[in-house]
Design a protein around this ligand. Structure first.
Ligand code: PLZ
Length: 439
């Protein structure tokens, strides 16, 4: 049992982690980054235990993956039982019930009560790639519209869809064609008072003039952007995009890979404004730590692809499906969306009161347990990535895992497990406050 408390017994990283870091450097290319070089030995709930015996509060959840907490018994027991039965057949060769059960759960939980179908993959980027394939086949059109600050993955097509150059795209081209970028609604950086509807008009003008509705297969959007800086569009932006898509037969794909499964205080971030996407991509929190991703959409769109057009050797691996059924059980039974809202009710006011005293905190934003601060030069919107890095590093040194994000790397984001207890959350917020104040 790992006690749910922060406890440092060495400096961070400790000597054993430092030793492993040296081996890592000799064995793994530097291109695979490291946010915080403590090597994890065990994890439970919201606490990571490293190889030196330090206990760190995990405010990143492995990038929004372990929403149900580390080592949740429902996930571990189901996955272990499945390991004992069989680990692989390939669903396309000889199917098994777990895949179908996950598809049924996705069809039930994603926004809208229309008839749906779901197919499963191993990584988020793969889900996005397949959503685009399906939208293209269904519409017979080629063009894909994405947004400024978007993040959709690291494969060739999803690199083209991702906005930020370094480190994601720099030197990795040429990229897939027929991907077009529209301006995002970014309330902190948009003209004062710009509404979501006005931001949508701005985006749609770009799409209509530079792509054309009749050439557009799909519009792909994160309802709250993740890696791009937790950019939460102004109310009205998403509904206006959906309406335009419907009018023009364009498939609206909501990339809910980071926002899904209760994270933002609704089961899906699209639910917040009653938006019903045509296709939803999921991954991360879906399987509580095992690799699994989903594409869920309207039956008539999903069934546009002929047999054999979708798949992959490992997609919907039986162990990952068993884990997903455990994770989904917890998310629904314990109403983790409501828990996410109460986490937001602690974090957002706490961060706003820090903002009042610290002009480098330009913006506090997010919903539920997906919240962030954007650091700027005081009194301006000029990004301050150095300060974001300094704050994050100070949190790490004190035993709290935080992540940064944003096009300019100037956003510190918080993504705790939704099961984190109040004391641990308060401790993490206190560490963050000290880090901000220690300048
Ligand atoms: N779409 C919205 O957030 C993954 C990437 C971390 P994969 N985000 C974390 C990194 O530096 O690689 C993500 C996402 C959204 C797609 C993806 C891609 O999911 O499972 O990493 O392929």
């Amino acid at each position: 049992m790992v006690t749910q408390e922060r406890k440092l017994v060495t400096e961070i990283p400790g000597p054993r982690s430092a030793e492993l870091l040296a081996r890592r450097k000799a064995a793994v290319p530097q291109g695979v980054g490291t946010v915080l070089p403590v090597f994890v030995e065990r994890a439970e709930g919201a606490v990571l235990v490293d190889v030196d015996g330090n206990q760190l509060i995990d405010m990143g959840s492995g990038i929004a993956v372990v929403s149900v907490g580390h080592h949740a018994p429902e996930v571990v027991d189901r996955a272990a039982a499945q390991l004992d039965r069989f680990t692989h057949t390939c669903f396309m060769v000889t199917p098994y019930a777990g895949y179908v059960e996950v598809a049924e759960a996705l069809n039930r939980l994603t926004p809208g009560d229309h008839e749906k179908r779901s197919c499963l993959f191993s990584a988020g980027a793969e889900a996005v790639e397949n959503a685009v394939k399906i939208a293209r086949r269904h519409t017979g059109r080629d063009s894909v519209v994405v947004f400024d600050h978007a993040y959709h993955g690291r494969t060739n097509l999803t690199m083209a869809m991702t906005a930020k150059n370094a480190p994601y795209k720099d030197g990795f081209g040429p990229f897939a064609s027929d991907v077009y970028r529209a301006p995002m609604s970014y309330p902190f950086r948009d003209p004062d008072g710009m509404t979501g509807e006005e931001a949508a008009t701005r985006a749609l003008a770009v799409i209509e003039s530079q792509v054309g509705a009749e050439r557009t297969a799909c519009v792909v959007i994160e309802p709250i952007q993740g890696e791009g800086g937790f950019v939460d569009p102004a109310p009205g932006f998403l509904p206006a995009l959906v309406e335009w898509c419907r009018e023009h037969g364009v498939v609206l794909v909501a990339d809910e890979i980071q926002t899904g499964f209760g994270r933002t205080g609704d089961m899906f971030a699209s639910d917040h404004e009653g938006v019903v996407p045509d296709i939803v991509t999921t991954a991360k929190a879906l399987a509580g730590g095992l690799p699994l991703a989903g594409v869920t959409g309207r039956a008539e769109i999903m069934d546009a692809v002929t047999p054999g057009g979708l798949g992959g050797t490992y997609g919907g691996n039986p162990v990952a499906c068993a884990a997903a059924l455990g994770a989904i059980e917890i998310i629904e039974r314990d109403d983790l969306a409501a828990r996410a809202r109460s986490i937001g009710d602690v974090l957002l006011p706490g961060l706003r009161s820090l903002q009042a005293a610290h002009p480098r905190i330009g913006d506090v934003r997010g919903r539920g347990a997906m919240v962030a601060i954007e650091l700027v030069e005081p009194g301006t919107v000029t990004p301050d990535p150095v300060e974001a890095g300094r704050i994050s590093a100070a949190c790490h040194a004190a035993g709290v895992v935080t992540l940064t994000c944003g096009t300019w790397g100037n956003v510190v984001r918080l993504l705790p497990p939704l099961t984190i207890d109040d004391d641990l959350l308060a401790d993490a917020l206190g560490v963050l406050a000290d880090a901000i104040e220690s300048r």
